[in-house]
Design a protein around this ligand. Structure first.
Ligand code: SF4
Length: 257
């Protein structure tokens, strides 16, 4: 495996231990700052800016985000190695978009492999070159799919989905274990047509573990006032989304979270 970089520091904004929904076993989930997307339903707005920023929490101004070296983060994670081994767990990188700090991610992962099971949750929005360089350091990819129609994707996420589609197709044929995650947003991406378009791309992949459907979180907007922003999603938050489980019908394990 080619070590392509030596970026000493990244910026993260949270580390959550004992996570159980971000891959197998008991995991530590690490949240990286910075995301080039602007999903209208994003519930982690403090992860969007690549820089540390102030938030108001319980009437106090607190800094969200800090620099950390790949060495220090790896040391911290390696301390729990036995817990991960006992529980068949590991670490999961999320954000923000972890691939936004891809060099730091590789620098960190190469320090903890092969001792620890590694996963990433990603929108897939990175150059194919970057995506393919990070992949060998991962055991599992949680790949979020928002919309298969490029114009709808641009409307609700801020960018088209061409690069994401390219990376998704690469992932499907790579042999790397992956989970597809679909945030279910009422009136945005909950059509049968969208689900069938997703099914069509992933159904023949041998390394697909399952599909996870993530229900829209009605408290998605809770953190926006904390960073001085208003949450004004362009869809009806109170509507009940359609659930077309075309995946189970096609023998793909599916869970709703
Ligand atoms: S990809 Fe994730 S972090 Fe980025 S805007 Fe969308 S939901 Fe938020």
């Amino acid at each position: 495996m080619d070590i392509i970089t030596n970026i000493q520091e990244g910026i993260i904004f949270s580390i959550e231990e004992f996570a159980v929904n971000d891959g197998p076993g008991i995991r530590t989930t690490i949240f990286l700052k910075g995301c080039p997307l602007r999903c209208a339903w994003c519930h982690n707005p403090e992860g969007l800016s690549p820089q540390p920023q102030y938030m108001i929490k319980k009437n106090e101004r607190v800094l969200c985000g800090y620099k950390i070296s790949a060495d220090k983060l790896a040391d911290q994670v390696l301390r729990n190695k036995e817990i991960y081994t006992l529980n068949k767990g590991g670490i999961t990188l999320t954000g923000g978009e972890p691939l936004f700090q891809a060099n730091f991610v590789i620098d960190f992962l190469r320090r903890i492999k092969p001792s620890i099971h590694t996963a990433i949750e990603t929108s897939g929005y990175a150059s194919p070159d970057t995506f393919q360089k990070v992949l060998p350091w991962l055991d599992l990819v949680l790949f979020d799919i928002k919309h298969m129609d490029s114009e709808e994707h641009r409307k609700y996420v801020g960018v088209d989905n061409k690069t994401i589609q390219k990376n998704l197709r690469h992932l499907c044929s790579s042999g790397k274990d992956f989970i597809i995650r679909i945030p279910l947003i009422p009136g945005v991406n909950d059509s049968k047509e969208n689900m069938l378009a997703i099914l069509n791309v992933i159904k023949d992949s041998k390394s697909l573990q399952r599909v996870e459907i993530l229900r829209y979180n009605k408290i998605a907007g809770a953190k926006y006032p904390m960073i001085g922003q208003e949450y004004q999603p362009p869809f009806d938050q109170t509507a009940i989304p359609n659930v077309y489980d075309v995946f189970t019908e096609n023998n793909i394990k599916t869970i709703v979270l």
